[in-house]
Design a protein around this ligand. Structure first.
Ligand code: HPA
Length: 267
């Protein structure tokens, strides 16, 4: 079964009842295996991929981002809605809120960020890292569903898996970051290299280290993610329902529109 749309999510976002005829697919890629559940929603093919593995056992710095994205493209996916838990860097992004981010700052240290490592050099444009068309649909859907959402904000991506120091949070605030998390890079970059439309809804689970008085705990993050999972799920399926398979954005030419492409991408 092929799929046009994909949801990349964390714990609690996927529920098997949501997709008709859902089947688990193990996909072999040049970068290793990836796993997705593929089915239909209102007749449209949708793939769900748990970024951290089915048992949430893969930490952010070990996620096989290349295998995940490659596998989605091989399934026929062109449009990806991702979600990620984040800490807030500014008081207005309160825990429980959703942010449809529009830019990122990259503080990762040891992740492969490209599919193009040999034979040719590609410098993919990052002036619009997240697909503006998907972002627009996500924000409109959230407003229709009366789910509070922030339209835009910069996602600061750290290497993790540790949380940040107080000094790091102050630095990220001073740079204008809205939220801090550990997964958008290289996911958004690799999606762009594969010419996929990609957007992230950041789910604020806590204030960054030192902003609130208490030490940050994983339990706090997980509890807030569970509280928000239902809203994310409703938002994603409402958005998929509103999207066309015709893409009137430039994502489909992110690489081929810039330079001759000789590498073998999945068709
Ligand atoms: N920092 C980094 N990643 C996160 C956080 C945080 O405070 N909360 C949830 N994911």
């Amino acid at each position: 079964m092929q799929a046009e749309f994909a949801i990349i999510g964390g714990t609690g976002v996927y529920h098997p009842d949501l997709l008709d005829g859902a089947e688990v697919r193990i996909l072999e890629t040049p970068y290793g295996q990836a796993k997705a559940t593929v089915g239909t929603y209102k007749g449209r093919g949708v793939a769900f991929m748990p970024r951290h593995g089915a048992a949430h056992s893969i930490p952010p710095h070990r996620v096989n981002y290349r295998a995940n994205l490659w596998a989605l493209k091989a399934l026929g996916v062109h449009q990806v809605l991702a979600t990620a838990a984040v800490g807030s860097l500014q008081l207005q992004y309160a825990p429980g809120s959703l942010v449809v981010v529009d830019d990122f700052l990259d503080f990762t240290k040891q992740r492969t960020q490209t599919f193009f490592e040999e034979n040719h050099v590609v410098h993919v444009d990052m002036s619009d890292p997240y697909c503006h068309r998907l972002r627009r649909h996500l924000v409109a859907s959230a407003r229709q569903l009366e789910i509070p959402v922030h339209d835009g904000g910069t996602y600061v991506c750290t290497e993790g898996p540790r949380f940040e120091t107080r000094a790091e949070i102050r630095l990220y605030q001073s740079l204008g970051g809205a939220v801090v998390g550990m997964t958008t890079v290289p996911e958004v970059v690799l999606a762009k290299e594969l010419e996929l439309c990609y957007a992230t809804v950041a789910m604020v689970t806590n204030y960054g280290t030192g902003i609130s008085a208490n030490p940050l705990t994983v339990d706090e993050v997980v509890q807030e993610m569970k509280r928000n999972a239902d809203n994310i799920r409703r938002l994603f399926f409402h958005t998929i329902d509103s999207l066309s398979v015709d893409r009137d954005c430039n994502c489909g030419a992110a690489v081929s529109g810039q330079a001759p492409l000789t590498g073998d991408q999945p068709k």
